[in-house]
Design a protein around this ligand. Sequence first.
Ligand SMILES: NC(=O)c1ccc[n+]([C@@H]2O[C@H](COP(=O)([O-])OP(=O)(O)OC[C@H]3O[C@@H](n4cnc5c(N)ncnc54)[C@H](O)[C@@H]3O)[C@@H](O)[C@H]2O)c1
Length: 450
Amino acid sequence: MKVAVIGTGYVGLTTGVCLAFLGHEVHCLDVDERKVAELKAGRVPIFEPNLVELMESVGGRLQFTSAYAEAIPEAEIVFIAVGTPSQADGQPDLKYLRSASESLGIHLKAPFTVVVNKSTVPIGSGNWVEALIRESQKAHGRHSEFAVASNPEFLREGSAIADSLYPDRIVVGADSGRALEMLYSLYRPVIDQSFAAPAFCPRQEGFASVALVSTDLASAELIKYAANAFLATKISFINEIGLLAGRVGADIQHIARGIGLDSRIGSRFLNAGLGWGGSCFAKDTAALSATAKEYGLGMEIVEATRRVNFNMRERVIERLLDTLKIIKGRKIAVLGLAFKPNTDDLRDAPAIDIIRRLKDRGVIVTAHDPVAMERFRHEHADLAGMLVDSSVEAIQDSDAVVLATEWHEYREMDWGALAGTVKQKNLLDTRWALDGEAMRRAGWNLLRLP
Ligand SMILES: NC(=O)c1ccc[n+]([C@@H]2O[C@H](COP(=O)([O-])OP(=O)(O)OC[C@H]3O[C@@H](n4cnc5c(N)ncnc54)[C@H](O)[C@@H]3O)[C@@H](O)[C@H]2O)c1
C-alpha cells in the first residue's frame, strides 16, 4: 500500500522503516529539514539498535521529504506521529497535531485516505483531527474522502524494531469500517507473521500471529493511556513496597520475585530503583489526570504513582547526604544520562533531574553516557561542562558514584580496579544492575534504592 508517515522521530521513523520492510511504499515526512537531509543521506538521527540496517535493507520503498505535496496526495494511509509534549497543566500540547492536520486538509487527494493517529493523543482527538482537516479543506477549496482512525503505538525505545515486527497486540480504533479494513490489510503481514524475519531481529520460535484489538476511536485512545498508567503504577508500587522493605530489613529483590511469579501479577515492571522516566510515562500519566479532571474525576492511583516516582529522584540526594553528610564541594560521578539503556533519548531522564539537584547543592558533578552525550550537549548546554569522555575519567577522585542508567558497559567495568582510583568508595547503584557481593568484595560501600 502507499503510506505516508508524518513525523520522523522515534515512533514515525521506526514505523516508516518497518512498513517499508513489510513491502509497503512509504514516504516519511518531517518539517525538520535538517533531519530529512540526514535521513536522505542514509544517516539515522536517533540511536535505535538495528534501525540503520533495516533502513538500508528497504531500498527505494522508503523516501524522505519535508514537502506535504510530495508525500500526501498519493497516500492511501497517512500516519500522524508528531510529538505531543506536556504543557504546564499536564495537558499535552497539540500544536504539532493541529499543524499536521491543517496541512493534510490542503494536500489529501487520493479517492479515500485513512488518517491514523499514532501519536499519543487525548481522548477525542480523532474527532478533533477530523474537524481540523475538514475546516482546512473548506478554507482551501478542497474536497476528498477520508476517515480518521487511532492506532496507538506501544514500542519501547531500544527494542523498537522487535516491538514493531513482533508486537504483543495491534490496537486499531475507527468508526469507519472501510478504514478498519484498510488497516487490517496494511498490518496483515504482522498479524499473520507472514514476512521473512530480518537476520538481526529474528522471530521467536512459536510466535505465529499477533492479536488485533479493533474498537472505536475513544477506546483506542484510552487504551494507550491506560496501558502506560498501569506500567508506571507497577514500578511505583514496587518502589513504595521497597521503602517499607528497607525499614523492616526485608529484601525488595526477593519480594519482587516472590510476587512476580504469581501469574496474576507477572514479574515484568517490578524493578525497584530510581523509577521511570522517558518521553511517555510522565507525559501520559499527566494527560490522563488532566482529562479525568475535565470530567470531574480524580485519578488518585495515577497521581500517587507520579508522586512516588518523582520522590525517588530526591531519594538519591537523601542517600548521598546520609552517606557523605556534606555534599557541597564533593565530587560525584553520574553514570548514564539517557532515561534507559539502548537509547539516546533524554526526555524526562532521571539522571538529568539528579544532576540539576546536585548542582544546586554545590556538588562538583562529572557525567558520562555511552551514546547520549552529543544530544546532552545540545539539549542541556548549561550542563555540558560536566561531561567527560569516559566512565573511568568520570569516576576518578570521586567521593561517590551514582549509576543512573544500567548500560551494559557499566555492568561490565572492572569495578575492582576502579575502586583504587576514587577518593571514597561510595557507589549508589540506583538500578540494581551490579552484583552486590562482587562490589562489596571489591571494597565498595554499595548503596541502593529505594
Ligand atoms: N518515543 C516513544 O517511545 C513513544 C512510544 C509510544 C508512543 N509515542 C508517542 O508517539 C508520538 C511521537 O513521539 P516521538 O518520540 O517519535 O517524538 P519525536 O519528538 O521524536 O518526533 C516527532 C517528530 O515530528 C516532527 N513534526 C512536528 N510537527 C510536524 C509537522 N507538522 N509535520 C511533520 N513533522 C512534524 C518533529 O520535527 C519530530 O521529528 C508522541 O505522541 C509520543 O507520545 C512515543
